[in-house]
Unconditional design. Structure first.
Ligand code: GTB
Length: 223
């Protein structure tokens, strides 16, 4: 059965692939699994039909037969558990890769999201520059720790895993800040991850959605 995921009909990132459907698309591409996408507007996400799938009215969701999931990390874990390729078979190595999935979402992503949210909600405030300096330092500290652990390895723990995939999507959110480039091994890690054909296919798929929405706007301009 082909699963269906949900994604933004018009991503606010304008096709940069930074929304969280991207990590699910990338996972599906890595695993060679076909999928369908139901595109939602912000208003669609808050309708009862979607809220039944996602208690917080967000994307992405995942439906396959009688299984419905929300939370991108849970979806990636489900897929990586069901299909081979993104988690090692050795039990200890598998758990370490899962620990990296949690580290990406619970330890590295939060300060990065806080930084993004400050720009969205607080950039007009008089104290924004001061706050940004503090948030940047927090992100730098976390990235410094991650960089030390990665060292000169290609991936976080052995072969490329769902942990690397999630970590790369988290670091990509810092793209416009230049902070990742302060850590050459992390910049190389992101470059290696995004050079993977599966990432490229996922990126093109989400970009196509944005370009389609944009061309629909151009061909039917507002009255
Ligand atoms: N913890 C959840 C998960 O991992 O699945 C978080 C899901 C989430 O935040 N979804 C966002 C959403 O649906 C989209 S990805 N927001 C609508 C709402 O809450 O009403 C977050 C996101 C949005 C935009 C950008 N961007 O423009 O760069 C990046 C990331």
């Amino acid at each position: 059965m082909i699963p269906t995921i949900t994604a933004f009909e018009r991503s606010p990132d304008r096709g940069k692939g930074l929304a969280r459907d991207m990590r699910v698309r990338w996972t599906l591409e890595e695993l060679g699994q076909a999928y369908e996408v139901r595109q939602l507007s912000f208003s669609d996400m808050k309708q009862p039909e979607h809220l039944a799938l996602h208690p917080f009215g967000q994307i992405p969701t995942y439906e396959e037969g009688d299984l419905a999931l929300f939370e991108s990390g849970a979806i990636v874990l489900h897929l990586a558990e069901r299909h081979s390729g993104l988690l090692p078979t050795d039990a200890n190595a598998r758990m370490r890769a899962i620990a990296w999935m949690f580290a990406a979402l619970n330890t590295v992503e939060p300060p990065i999201v806080e930084r993004s949210m400050a720009w969205i909600l607080e950039r007009e405030e008089t104290w924004y520059v001061q706050r940004l300096t503090m948030l940047d330092e927090r992100v730098r500290r976390r990235l410094g720790e991650l960089s030390r652990r990665l060292g000169d390895a290609d991936w976080l723990d052995g072969a490329f895993s769902a942990g690397d995939l999630l970590m790369a999507t988290v670091l990509l959110r810092l793209q416009s800040s230049g902070i990742v480039d302060e850590f050459p091994n992390l910049a190389a890690f992101v470059a290696r991850a995004t050079a993977r054909p599966a990432y490229q296919r996922a990126f093109e798929a989400q970009l196509a959605v944005f370009l389609q929405a944009q061309s629909a706007e151009v061909s039917s301009p507002a009255p």
